[in-house]
Design a protein around this ligand. Structure first.
Ligand SMILES: [Zn+2]
Length: 1032
């Protein structure tokens, strides 16, 4: 964690060794295992290419991007809605814009959520007015920019005047002490009395008239709620089946006035405001320290010198200039880097720069790559590195004259001089053993034990692979994929298959010594699918029959990974294993596991052991896999505990993806599984990757979170990294930062492409620095903060009691807000809660994180589910964590059937549901269709082709394809939600007041959780109390 730190020292907190080059990291395969390899100044320096010394064989101007760089087309207007200082003199560059000038509407992709291209001014003004009205009524005051004591206040007309939220809450004695529940935090059940007026029109629906159903009890796995509901309208008594047994939290005496949920900052309002002001427009990355649109806002991004927010998002775009300031504010300084993020079709893909045999031009001292932060001097003969200030010679082949403002005349013709992101072709220096890599391979490894055969899963996989293997990823210019494929089946032993193209029949080789796995064949194991199609298809037909009579129920697991890794190693290539596995590996073999799940450990200091691997061998296996570029994708089909903390470890460390299908049923779960499998096989993936984050002087990367492995403190190793994986990097000061030069970050990822090319992908971003805390707060991005907090907390629970981790999260939230209050806000009564504008939804999101299944130790939540969520979140990007912690709740009953837009979401609270409504809720892993008891019959008819609510079957997991406007519209909304997400969400149909509703309600994250987590209002009160204590 940031300044206050978790109790144990972070593993990567040692001082950074001198920076070395990637090129030094690839000697013999084992060399990268040596700790501190990059710390040896001699080795890294000597092996690094010395561009200035090499004789250039590349003619001037031969840095050929893919495709010609087009001439200037138009001036790009700057969308600077931020009030931070803008870098003066930035010119739009001359790359072809994918958009015609002054046109953001028609060429916007059909996937746009933006429905209001009309005047953003009008929209934002009306939103502002509405919010201001509400706030006034609630005695929550909005302050204009003047309230911030900032050196950079802005009078930009489009900036919302609400720069902070101020509300009167009364902390102290009026807040009851926290209930003694699991979290020990923020559990007070009654609300502080808050002055407000009734009758304020809320934007949400009135509270549904939910009646208690007699005789209905909660099902197993759901505990009755112990406290009253959080935000509810005055006077309305919520009564829910089984949920409110009249515990201690029932209010006694005359009904108290409740805090209107509309009076506290709304995530939906923040999201919609940003959409209204910035959605559907072009965002040009031409200004250092510019805050991008929210991750939930659709816009067109144009690279003009800083990496697109699709690749890098930061917790703040203005770093405090000193570490003292950083300690005071406690705002984590972090970047969430998704280096291979997918960009929409209408945005320019990355150019590839080729500097020929000399390889990329790099600073002699810090090894940073040529980028827009290098300053050319002395007529263009030298350049000063923006990261370490070293003066370097310009290699002769790269020389170019400077223009009258000191810029190279070829500035706009070279991506590496004018763009935030681009790729370099890597030379042999950047390859293992100085040899060009072989194309990667995919190995399919199928558990053929009794259960998988019996359930039909093996046949399903084999049938599907026959068509999927035609969809292996390839470079755009290639006709077919260069990726080779291999096949293994296993139960207690391993079966390798020879599928060489000239064979009439596939051949099976059994490896029964699973203690010392070896690969029984090299020739014929990894093949080109096109060439071996008939033999492979023959094999896939035979596998289900081959094991049809099996009685074997025990399986191995670690030797399976070992075998796949050895096969890739023998073939001298990187690759992915696709393992389809169902059970706890209890067979006698390395990595054998026992069922060690123990609910008694919950809420004890030993709870953390449930998230640690059961045996050490998985960690060393993971290290070997990373060293050999072997990424492990795991598809799990468990019926009971399978110890995901152990099984998933190799997947996590190797940049793989974990999929889980509980109690897999062929009929209902196949679509979800097959879609996941197809997406994963088709995914653009970078193999054998190593990432390095360089910074300008004064700060450095100190901690890394993600599906990554680290042998030392600086090199982030990933056996593979795909478009959905993000690494969150934390920075710390080691000196003062200069306001003029800012804080510069360069992320370089060396990798092997799907066709076997060695490449470097470079992302550069510049942030501002300031001596004013207000500038730091003003440029914070709450979505990125939550991504950081989630990953750092989920990492910390491996070594610390969960209670401590939760307390740190609450305390850090309070500290950040108290520091703002103390240093940035205008003086006011202590009872006022003041939230900085950029962080006004931090409390609600933080509460969602605190209530997540990972941080909630309750016996009814399966341990595997928690370990699974933990693993998924560790590699998520900002968009995915935002949705995961604050699900989207979309009303379907007021749809405009003629329009193509997705309806605006409503807040995740029961308040927003209504008997006459239908809603979709999605968080990226789960999707629900909730139907009120009075859902309009025409909607029910349209969706399900049944006459009434009572006729709807909640068993279905897909909506039927019906030829009517309701069905088409809602199916298209479901597809739209799904299309941008890495995991396929299985649709669950939930009827109001029927059993599955209890599950659904866990996702209404603003409410008090059935597992005991605080409501948003309660949490806000709790944070406010902490802030008051800090201020006193
Ligand atoms: Zn340098």
């Amino acid at each position: 964690m940031s300044q206050q730190g978790y109790v144990t020292a972070p593993p990567y907190s040692q001082s950074q060794p001198r920076m070395g080059g990637f090129s030094a990291g690839f000697g013999p395969p084992n060399s990268s295992l040596h700790y501190g390899h990059y710390g040896d100044p001699n080795s890294s320096h000597a092996a690094a290419p010395q561009p200035g010394l090499s004789k250039s064989t590349v003619p001037l101007g031969s840095s050929a991007p893919l495709g010609p760089l087009p001439p200037a087309t138009h001036q790009v207007s700057q969308n600077n809605f931020q009030s931070g200082p803008s870098a003066a003199g930035q010119q739009p560059h001359r790359f072809q814009s994918p958009l015609p000038p002054n046109n953001t509407g028609p060429s916007y992709p059909p996937g746009s959520h933006q429905s209001q291209p009309a005047s953003p001014n009008t929209v934002s003004t009306s939103c502002t007015t509405q919010l201001a009205n509400q706030l006034n009524s609630m005695q929550i005051n909005s302050y204009g920019p003047g309230a911030i004591q900032s050196s950079h206040t802005s009078g930009h007309p489009q900036q919302l005047p609400l720069t902070q939220h101020q509300m009167t809450l009364q902390p102290g004695p009026q807040i009851p002490p926290p209930a003694n529940n699991f979290s020990g935090l923020c559990a007070q059940s009654s609300l502080p009395s808050i002055a407000r007026q009734d009758g304020i029109p809320g934007s949400g629906l009135p509270n549904p008239n939910l009646q208690q159903l007699p005789g209905q009890t909660p099902g197993p796995g759901y505990h009755p709620q112990q406290a009253n509901y959080g935000p509810q309208m005055a006077g309305s008594q919520l009564s829910y089946p089984g949920a409110f047994p009249g515990g201690p939290a029932q209010l006694s005496g005359p009904p108290q006035k409740k805090l209107d949920p509309d009076s506290i900052p709304s995530p939906i309002q923040v999201i919609e405001n940003d959409k209204a002001s910035r959605g559907g427009q072009m965002y040009a990355t031409n200004t250092r320290g510019q805050v991008p649109p929210l991750v939930t806002t659709d816009c067109l991004i144009q690279d003009q010198g800083h990496a697109s927010p699709r690749y890098i998002r930061c917790t703040t775009y203005c770093f405090p200039s000193s570490s003292d300031m950083a300690k005071q504010a406690r705002i984590p300084l972090a970047a969430v880097i998704q280096p291979f993020a997918i960009v929409p079709q209408n945005e320019t893909p990355l150019y590839v720069v080729n500097h020929g045999e000399t390889g990329p031009i790099r600073c002699n001292r810090c090894k940073a790559y040529m980028c827009p932060f290098m300053q050319f001097i002395e007529g263009g003969r030298r350049y000063q590195c923006g990261f370490c200030n070293c003066i370097n010679e310009v290699p002769p082949f790269f020389f170019q004259h400077l223009d009258h403002i000191g810029r190279r005349v070829d500035h706009y013709e070279r991506p590496e001089l004018s763009l935030g992101s681009y790729e370099y072709v890597a030379t042999l220096d950047y390859c293992r053993n100085n040899k060009p890599p072989n194309p990667p391979a995919y190995i399919f490894m199928i558990d053929v034990s009794y259960r998988n055969i019996n359930s039909g899963l093996v046949k399903l996989i084999c049938d599907e692979l026959k068509t999927l293997l035609d969809k292996l990823p390839r470079e755009e210019q290639e006709e077919s994929s260069a990726i080779r494929v291999g096949f293994v089946t296993y139960n207690k032993v391993l079966h390798f298959f020879n599928v060489k193209s000239n064979l009439a029949q596939p051949q099976m080789m059994v490896v029964s010594d699973v203690g010392e796995v070896f690969v029984p064949l090299l020739d014929g194991f990894l093949v080109n699918f096109q060439e071996s199609r008939s033999v492979v298809n023959n094999l896939l037909d035979q596998i289900p029959e081959m094991f049809a009579d099996t009685n074997e129920s025990e399986t191995i697991f670690a030797p399976v990974i070992q075998a796949g890794m050895e096969a890739l190693k023998a073939a001298e290539c990187a690759g992915k294993l696709f393992i389809f596995h169902s059970s706890l590996p209890t067979a006698e073999a390395p990595g054998k596991l026992r069922n060690r799940d123990d609910k008694k450990l919950l809420n004890t200091d030993k709870e953390k052991t449930l998230f640690q691997p059961q045996v050490n061998s998985y960690e060393s296996l993971a290290r070997d896999c990373v060293a050999n570029g072997c990424c492990v994708n795991l598809f799990l089909f468990p019926n009971q505990y399978v110890d995901i903390a152990s099984l998933g470890l190799v997947t996590m460390y190797t940049g793989g993806t974990l999929y889980k299908y509980n109690n897999f049923q062929l009929n209902s779960d196949s679509p979800q599984f097959l879609t996941d499998l197809r997406r994963d096989i088709e995914k653009k993936t970078a193999f054998d990757a190593i990432m390095r984050v360089r910074t300008s002087t004064g700060f450095r990367a100190t901690d890394f979170f993600g599906a990554i492995y680290m042998n030392n403190t600086t090199d982030v190793e990933m056996a593979a990294v795909d478009c959905d994986k993000a690494v969150t990097v934390e920075f710390k000061h080691d000196d003062k930062l200069n306001e003029d030069s800012g804080a510069l970050i360069q992320c370089a990822v060396l990798y092997t492409s799907v066709s076997g090319q060695r490449r470097l992908r470079i992302h550069n971003i510049g942030l501002n620095c300031s001596t004013q805390l207000a500038d730091v707060y003003k440029t914070c991005e709450t979505d990125a903060l939550i991504n950081f907090f989630a990953k750092s907390a989920f990492k910390a629970i491996l070594s610390q009691p969960l209670k401590v981790v939760r307390e740190i999260l609450v305390s850090q939230t309070a500290h950040m807000l108290a520091c703002y209050r103390k240093n940035c806000a205008s003086p006011s009564a202590v009872s006022q809660l003041i939230l900085p504008d950029a962080m006004k939804v931090l409390p609600v999101y933080m509460n969602c994180l605190l209530k997540s299944t990972v941080l909630t130790g309750r016996p009814e939540i399966p341990t595997d589910e928690r370990a699974y969520h933990r693993q998924l979140v560790m590699s998520m990007g900002v968009a995915d964590t935002q949705l995961f912690f604050y699900p989207q709740l979309l009303p379907l009953h007021n749809l405009d059937l003629k329009s193509d837009t997705v309806p605006a979401a409503v807040r995740c609270s029961e308040e927003r549901l209504s008997e006459g409504g239908a809603f979709i809720l999605a968080n990226g892993l789960s999707m629900f269709l909730w139907l009120g008891v009075s859902t309009p019959p025409e909607l029910i008819q349209g969706l399900f082709n049944v006459p009434s609510f009572a006729h709807i079957s909640a068993e279905a997991t897909l909506l039927p394809d019906l030829a009517n406007p309701y069905s088409k519209k809602i199916k298209s909304i479901v597809e739209r939600i799904q299309s941008q997400k890495p995991y396929t969400m299985k649709l669950m149909i939930v009827k109001q007041r029927e059993q599955p509703e209890m599950l659904f309600r866990q996702f209404l994250v603003e409410d008090k959780s059935i597992h005991g987590g605080a409501s948003y209002v309660d949490f806000l009160c709790c944070v406010h109390k902490e802030i008051c204590q800090l201020l006193n």
